[in-house]
Design a protein. Sequence first.
Length: 325
Amino acid sequence: MSVAPTAIPAAVPPLRIAVMGAGAVGCYFGGVLARAGHDVTLIGRPQHVQAIRRDGLRMETATFDVHIPLKADTEPAAAQGADVVLFCVKSTDTLEAARQLQPFLAPHTLLLSMQNGVDNAERLREVLVQPVSAAVVYVATGMIGPGHVKHYGRGELVIEPAQGAEAVAQAFIAAGVPTDVSHNARGALWAKLLINCAYNAMSAVTQQSYGQLVQGVGVWAVLDDLVNEGLAVARASGVEVAGDVHEAVRKIAQTMPGQLSSTAQDLKRGKPTEIDHLNGYLVRRGEALGVPTPTNRVMHALVRLMQAPALASSVASPSAASSAS
């Protein structure tokens, strides 16, 4: 069934929101905000856009399964007039997608980088004059059909301070998304990076969910090695990593046992992965700082080998910026 937007609390002004790279993450958070009454436009792949224009965005969660009417387009020009852009493209497409968007952004438009990796906000600032805020996204979602996003668990955000970030945080909070504006967003980004470096490549190489993965002999020791190398690189980089990453890694297997990593999903679909911005980033950073990262190097090399056919295909037939999931 379709659902009309709910009334926005008086204290939260309605926002015009564009989602660049509307895959699983972008569709989930864009759908949540549209359901709360904000003006949302999803910018994504044709098959999703066509389905959303026809039927609305189908959002399936543990508590509801509804179709939400909102706008959808395949062109970056649809972001014109937006107060906020939820920037959800793959890390490999960050600069190209930013250049495509740039002509249509107002000076005040906030870009909220909801991507994997730790350096995307910095890379966006290299090509844009608009305010940019890094967001740490903790959510398990997946696109299970055209215009159909399924939510498996969690959904909280940590946002870096920037012009307009507080208003966006209040919009998310009013829409039911736990959101914190933190001056240590960098530390939270690194914590998520290390969690991704622990699970993504292992899940991809084995094509196993997190819950299945940790049942394997010796797997916890490998996960610990991956995290310890990342913590050493973070310390050498002067980063105060937020929280207990080892404990967070253990909780992921409990709270998202059925989740297949985004890297695993990309390999399964024959698509290029973000591994160069995950384990590959730690390897490069470790080399620059003289910190050894042998376990991350192996996982990076294995995924690179497995994705080689997808990379060759993408070079042969380049496509528009893809969405993160």
